[in-house]
Design a protein around this ligand. Structure first.
Ligand code: UT7
Length: 351
């Protein structure tokens, strides 16, 4: 049998600071009722403003994943780090993690695929393990969203959704016939790039934005400079999202990429022990569950507690599912994501 990769250890870290929906009402015109009804979210965690970064949270999650894999940081031979909220514009968080954990001078790759980031990172790591090039690959998703959101009423459609946290796994080779990542499926379509994006700072010079009908972004000054006072004054340094448009594509692509992974392995939805969808919105997950006719015990959601943690949401959810005994040796598990880009992706694995 050819080599496959398996998840040998998994860990997660969320900041201690809990922010409920009611806490957000102190900053913006919103309500627990609106947020719960539209998203399922009840609370999220926000990192300590100066004490925690995307990388420091990743370190905490990685320590646990490494320990559970029965190895040390010195054994890691490659890092794949997914985030949209890096400590620096450059260099990426991969090298900061390598330094913070005192690892050898191993390769570190940063993945910028937003909500699909973890599945893209896992797929990349899987190829390195399958090829025999690396034996202990650390795959991380981490986000400190709270530093880059507009917490005034103007930004409420975006800011109520997101939370901070990190998740990590260690991938190792396995030759067990009934174990490991069976396949991964990656997609993108850039036609929706501006529908969910943070434009600034950037080098776009309005090139892509000028023809888009984006209600909040009609100021001619956007993008004429890399960074300007006007951008700050006009709140153009925050993420933009046309939520309803994203929702419509998400509920189409999520089921499609899950079915694609099952069909590629001659399996059916009834074979699935657990679907761990990217935690974008509980309504999206429920729509997908209904469409695929999955039972409640076949789907894992924890967005209620953490909000949408983008690249971190799947490893956090998978870690909690594993800790709760919802994932056991031999189980068929599907990870699926959709988000900014648009990008969407799935991974099917036997635990
Ligand atoms: O993981 C990344 C991928 N992102 C997603 O998957 C997000 C997909 N989209 C969504 O989850 C939903 O579109 C949202 C949860 C973001 C929004 O829910 P919606 O049902 O699509 O609401 P909407 O944007 O159509 O807004 C409805 C109303 C508007 O007021 P009017 O125009 O009807 O008077 C908004 O201004 O709700 C208002 N609104 C809010 N009200 C209270 C928007 N945000 C808020 C808020 N609190 N936080």
């Amino acid at each position: 049998m050819s080599l496959r990769s398996k998840i040998a250890g998994i860990g997660m870290y969320v900041p201690k600071n809990v922010f409920t929906n009611n806490d957000l009402t102190k900053y913006m015109d919103t309500s627990d009722e609106w947020i719960t009804e539209r998203t399922g979210i009840k609370e999220r965690r926000f990192a300590d403003r100066s004490g925690e970064t995307t990388t420091t949270m990743a370190v905490e999650a990685s320590k646990i994943a490494i320990e559970r894999a029965g190895i040390t940081a010195q054994d890691i031979d490659f890092i794949v780090f997914a985030t949209l909220s890096p400590d620096y514009y450059f260099p990426g968080c991969g090298v900061l993690l390598q330094r913070a954990m005192g690892m050898k001078d191993v390769g570190a790759l940063d993945v910028r695929n937003q909500c699909s980031g973890f599945v893209y990172a896992l797929s990349t790591a899987d190829q390195f393990v399958r090829s025999g090039m690396y034996k202990n690959v650390l795959v991380v998703g981490s986000e400190k969203h709270s530093f880059g959101l507009d917490f005034s009423t103007r930004g409420r459609n975006v800011s109520v959704i997101f939370g901070d946290g990190a998740g990590a796994v260690v991938l190792q080779p396995t030759e067990e016939e009934d174990q490991g990542i069976l396949s991964t499926h990656l997609h993108s379509n850039g036609n929706g790039a501006e529908i969910l994006a943070m434009y600034n700072p950037g080098t776009h010079a309005n090139h892509w934005i000028k023809d888009q009908k984006l209600a909040d972004f009609d100021d001619a000054e956007i993008g004429e400079m890399f960074f300007s006072h006007a951008m700050i004054d006009n709140a153009q340094v925050f993420p933009f999202m046309d939520g309803p448009s994203v929702f419509k594509v998400a509920v189409e692509k999520f089921p499609a990429v899950i079915v694609e992974s099952l069909e590629a392995n001659n399996l059916k939805t009834t074979d699935l022990n657990l679907l761990v969808p990217h935690q974008a919105n509980l309504r999206i997950a429920q729509f997908v569950q209904k469409k695929l006719q999955l039972r409640d015990d076949q789907v894992f959601n924890n967005i209620q507690k953490y909000g949408n943690t983008t690249a971190a949401s799947i490893p956090i959810a998978l870690c909690e599912a594993w800790e709760q005994g919802r994932v056991n040796r031999g189980d068929l598990v599907c990870l699926a994501a959709f988000g900014s880009g648009f990008t969407w992706a799935s991974a099917l694995l036997r635990w």
